[in-house]
Design a protein around this ligand. Structure first.
Ligand code: ADP
Ligand code: ADP
Ligand code: MG
Length: 507
């Protein structure tokens, strides 16, 4: 098949991933079209793209999730293809169909493989048939609590109730005894129906203290699939990743070879086209099980790019153009070590709740081995309507110890004032023994992070701010006010928290 070179591509996303894709397109000499909601008129992806099209009001359901408007924008601007990024419509098979029906190219897998893999139950059934090890559990949705109790009795407690259509760590509930089942099933189904418009829930064995290991794959859609090794993503809060690294500090060469082979087998089983990620859960006994496949570019793809020296967006575009894969398997290797730190507008001291506000000041780290994928700039107002991911700091070094040292250096140089954010959390995580020796599991944050006792390390300015806040608090208390502005009220140590909040950016 003769390859068709794209001249213009529409990017159906926002934030750091839209920026990343636009940068990749520009390096290939391809013009980019951004789409945006009303609140994103001056967002970074809009400023960076060659053209931009307004597609509706702020709520994603009225803009970034309206497939027809995005297809119309592509046709109007003469784009030949659409890159969906992650989230939003990226795993929506109907959207992929609509794109192709409009005569455009969807930069991603076929709608068929998205349907097979997009929903967790269908993926499980498919993987069982393909001989890939899956987490023990049901092959069908469960609606009857007695049936769920019977299944749990068979596979053993604890079990996990999981929404088949879930994603982003949402739609999961651990059940530790038969008595909890009925209420848990009702709640999980209710949430799944409300969040994903699909209340199918299944039962899976809950693996205690596991590691999350995933494998990057790229297929040409004609049966050829290569893997780009693993990423370890066990630093999670609310079942969602915050730090990722490659290689995983826990894989032996033999285990790595077996997990990567299982990922390739998974992708081959659905004639996979484009970039995708096969996720596994690794139990303490060394057994691993298929969790799900993400049929898109992953948030943490830069870790793989740095450690393998590749450009995954370019690979996606080449495959979509019909050029085939840019590398043979024997040309791919892991070199050195890479880690990614997701910078979220969220408050670690309050259960990681999302935060919003204007980016008042921003000083980003640079220097050897440092990459920053960002969707914001100084002066930008972080809207409340979308995922609170602001940027990703990715560092590379020759080995894991040097990677940690470089990450500490880069995180130390990073200054952000505005919304409350999790940079102090990352600095904390890097110094934890379980992180440093690589033994951390998905329980790491829940086990070692105490949000009430936690205070991020303070620099000189922060100490000054704390003393000033303490004085203010005292003055306020004496004149009869309950607490200083910005504090949560009650509690004698609130001055510390409010001062801290202003220091971590919640001015
Ligand atoms: P990754 O596995 O690539 O790290 P995340 O779980 O962090 O991905 O999710 C990536 C993005 O996609 C986030 O914006 C998340 O909110 C969104 N997302 C993932 N799955 C879904 C889903 N099923 N429905 C809605 N949004 C989703
Ligand atoms: P999502 O679509 O939200 O990414 P996943 O199935 O990939 O859902 O699970 C997200 C995270 O939840 C995993 O990385 C892991 O930490 C935890 N998890 C999922 N399934 C299990 C399980 N069976 N046992 C233990 N932890 C699990
Ligand atoms: Mg997942």
């Amino acid at each position: 098949m003769a390859a068709k070179r794209f001249k213009k591509v529409l990017v159906a996303n926002r934030g750091e991933i839209a920026v990343r894709v636009i940068q990749g397109l520009r390096e290939m000499g391809i013009a980019s079209v951004a789409v945006h909601s009303d609140v994103d008129r001056t967002a970074l992806h809009v400023l960076m793209a060659d053209e931009a099209v307004a597609i509706g009001p702020a709520p994603a359901g009225e803009s970034y999730l309206v497939g027809e408007r995005i297809v119309a924008a592509a046709l109007d601007t003469g784009a030949e293809a659409i890159h969906p990024g992650y989230g939003f419509l990226s795993e929506n098979a109907d959207f992929a169909d609509a794109v192709e029906q409009a005569g455009l190219v969807f930069i991603g897998p076929t709608a068929r493989s998205m349907r097979l893999m997009g929903d967790k139950l269908s993926a499980r059934r498919h993987m069982i048939a393909a001989g890939v090890p899956v987490v023990p559990g049901t092959e069908d949705a469960v609606t009857d609590p007695d049936e769920a109790v019977a299944v749990a009795g068979r596979i053993g407690y604890p079990v996990l109730l999981k929404a088949s259509a879930g994603g982003g760590g949402k739609g999961m509930r651990v059940v530790r005894s038969a008595g909890e089942m009925a209420a848990a099933l009702r709640q999980t189904r209710g949430e799944a129906g409300a969040s994903f418009a699909d209340d199918a829930v299944f039962v899976e064995k809950y693996i205690e203290d596991p590691k999350h290991i995933e494998v990057q794959v790229v297929g040409d859609g004609r049966g050829e699939v290569v893997h780009l090794f693993e990423r370890e993503c066990s630093v999670q809060r609310r079942h969602q990743k915050v730090i990722e690294e490659s290689p995983s500090p826990s894989l032996t060469p033999d285990l790595r070879a077996r997990i990567c082979a299982a990922a390739v087998q998974t992708a081959r089983a659905v004639d996979y086209r484009g970039a995708g990620t096969v996720e596994f859960i690794l139990a303490p006994d060394g057994s691993f099980h298929f969790l799900e496949m993400n049929t898109r570019l992953q948030v943490e793809h830069p870790v793989t790019e740095l450690v393998t020296g590749t450009d995954l967006v370019r690979a996606q575009v080449l495959v979509a153009q019909g050029d085939g894969l840019p590398w043979r398997q024997d040309e791919l290797a892991q070199r050195g070590w890479a880690m990614e730190f997701r910078l979220y507008a969220e408050d670690p001291s309050r259960g990681f709740v999302p935060s919003i506000g204007r980016i008042e000041s921003l000083t980003v780290p640079l220097g050897p081995g440092v990459r920053l994928d960002t969707g914001v700039y100084e002066g930008f107002d972080v809207p409340i309507h979308y995922d609170p991911l602001l940027a990703k700091l990715i560092v590379w070094a020759e080995d894991r110890d040097r990677c940690i040292a470089r990450a500490r250096r880069a995180l130390g140089e990073f200054v952000l004032h505005g919304p409350v954010h999790n940079l102090p959390f990352h600095r904390w995580a890097l110094d934890q023994p379980a992180f440093r020796d690589g033994s951390y599991t998905t329980h790491f944050v829940a086990d070692s992070f105490d949000q009430h006792a936690w205070l991020p390390e303070l620099d000189e300015d922060a100490r000054t701010a704390l003393i000033a806040a303490a004085a203010l608090y005292e003055a306020g208390r004496r004149s009869g006010h309950e607490s200083p502005p910005g504090s949560r009220g009650g509690g004698a140590s609130n001055w510390r928290l409010s001062a801290l909040r202003s220091m971590t950016g919640n001015g």
